[in-house]
Design a binder for this molecule. Structure first.
Ligand code: BES
Ligand code: ZN
Length: 455
């Protein structure tokens, strides 16, 4: 039977897949750093060539920044079409010092592959390529029609993919979409993610005088932008962990009773989580558990704060400018544009006299929440069970994947979020890793998904 042949192919070629993945990872496709533009392009070409080698029509779509790889196989008329999304760009590797092996020299330790992009998203994305290869090489076809859309600007919030999707909705038309760029719940506990948070990201600049001043001669007589900024940021969140912007919670969809039961059923130790992070206490919105806060409640965090003097020794400066980056993670049905309006009104209200404020908006993303009770989700759960040997749990995650909103808006399709990573994979950080066992299980689940979706 066809599936047996596919399984045999996967078993025989597993080691070769890992070597190919290593070759892809060795290309430092850091989309944020112009010095790596050539490498970023090389990664796109690598994927295009791999798709061609398995018999797909694959092209690079040129954009203002990094190309998009598009490929399709349409040899199953009457069968559904699956769109596979992934990204071949990676976050910068810096700081380099904490890496135990060089970030772009994939290194195996304890069954894990350590390198930048190992899990996010080269390793996870690659599972779908190898799954298609196994079908094509053993049966000469795929159980469903498949389109691949692999971009190179995910880690920089680039606009190229959004523009491409706006122009190419017909070419991208599909019945299902799948992304592997999330995590399992725990080792041995694979997950299907049915919720992601959205994001509204801001930068606030507070200015005072036209030059830095002596804090003795001028202090107390003019407002200090850094003091003002500190007050303003502190006003965003109360000691109860609630965001204090008027109207912020108006559209938040409450957790449903079945979700709270499911969250409570997951094996999770608040104490273990605290100990693992070595924090003196956990902190979050009152009335919710850690898993609920992480996955299903909106949050607010400051990401950077600058101004004045922070070099060695004291300097009695009254700075003329201060700045901060902060963001809100959003949940359904909060709209990033509406949150921006509310945030602007709040900042205007809490700006103390004597300073000027400028708020700029970085890219945002809507939250995602999909019905778990659909044929696609059921097929996905069966595929994951096949690949991982355990029935997946359904979870909501705190991260954001902006393309999921675009796929819904432009193509009218919910995305199957099948993540093969682990929570301690250090994505975006030093010593990023991906379990090789999870890689192989992911390839198998991805191959099985094609079969499950064809029925
Ligand atoms: N793979 C992550 C998203 C993710 C992380 C999902 C953890 C679930 C759990 C993705 O590559 C990412 O980092 N996204 C950014 C999006 C932002 C730049 C718009 C994020 O969540 O910060
Ligand atoms: Zn990422």
């Amino acid at each position: 039977m066809a599936w047996d042949q596919v399984e045999r192919y996967l078993a025989e070629h597993g080691p070769a897949f890992v070597e190919q993945l290593k070759d892809l990872i060795r290309i430092p496709s850091v989309s944020a750093q112009p010095a790596h533009d050539k490498d970023t392009r090389r990664a796109a070409e690598f994927i295009r060539d791999d798709l061609r080698a398995m018999g797909l029509e694959a092209v690079l779509i040129e954009t203002a920044r990094h190309p998009i790889v598009f490929a399709e196989w349409t040899g199953a008329p009457g069968k559904p079409t699956l769109l596979v999304y992934g990204h071949y760009d990676v976050q910068p590797a810096e700081p380099l010092e904490p890496w135990l092996s060089p970030p772009f020299e994939p290194t195996e330790r304890n069954g894990n592959l350590y390198a930048r992009g190992a899990t996010d998203d080269k390793g996870q994305m690659f599972t779908h390529l190898k799954a298609a290869e196994a079908w094509l090489k053993t049966t000469g076809g795929l159980p469903v029609n498949v389109k691949f859309m692999i971009e190179g600007e995910e880690e920089v919030g680039g606009a190229s993919l959004e523009n491409y999707m706006a122009e190419s909705a017909d070419r991208l038309a599909c019945d299902y979409a799948v992304i592997s760029d999330t995590s399992q719940f725990a080792p041995g506990m694979p997950a299907v993610t049915y919720g992601l948070k959205g994001l509204a990201y801001f930068e606030l600049t507070v200015t005072g005088a036209d030059r830095d001043l002596h804090s003795g001669t001028f202090g107390g007589a003019v407002a200090n932008p850094l003091n003002a900024l500190a007050q303003m940021l502190a006003s965003l969140k109360g000691p109860d962990g609630r965001i204090q912007i008027a109207g912020f919670y108006d559209t938040v969809k409450p957790l449903e009773p079945w979700e709270r039961e499911e969250f409570a059923r997951l094996p999770f130790s608040e104490r273990g989580f605290q100990d693992e992070l070595k924090v003196p206490a956990l902190f979050g919105e009152e009335g919710y558990t850690t898993l609920e806060r992480k996955g299903a409640r909106p949050t607010c965090d400051v990401h950077g704060l600058w101004g004045g003097y922070s070099g060695p020794g004291p300097k009695t400066v009254l700075p003329c400018v201060a700045g901060a980056k902060f963001s809100f993670r959003l949940v359904p049905d909060q709209e990033p544009a509406e949150i921006e309006r509310l945030a602007r009104a709040h900042i205007a209200r809490v700006t103390p006299p004597g300073v000027r404020c400028e708020l700029t908006t970085h890219h945002g993303a809507p939250a995602v929440l999909v019905n778990v009770d659909t044929p696609g989700m059921k097929a996905a759960a069966r595929a994951v069970e096949h690949g991982f040997g355990a029935r997946p749990v359904f979870i909501r995650e705190g991260g954001s994947i902006p393309v999921v909103g675009l796929i819904k808006e432009r193509l009218g399709v919910d995305t199957l979020l099948l993540g093969w990573g682990q929570n301690d994979d250090n994505l975006h950080g030093p010593n990023e890793k991906f379990s090789l066992a999870d890689f192989h299980r992911g390839v198998k689940a991805a191959a099985r998904l094609l079969l499950e979706l064809s029925n």
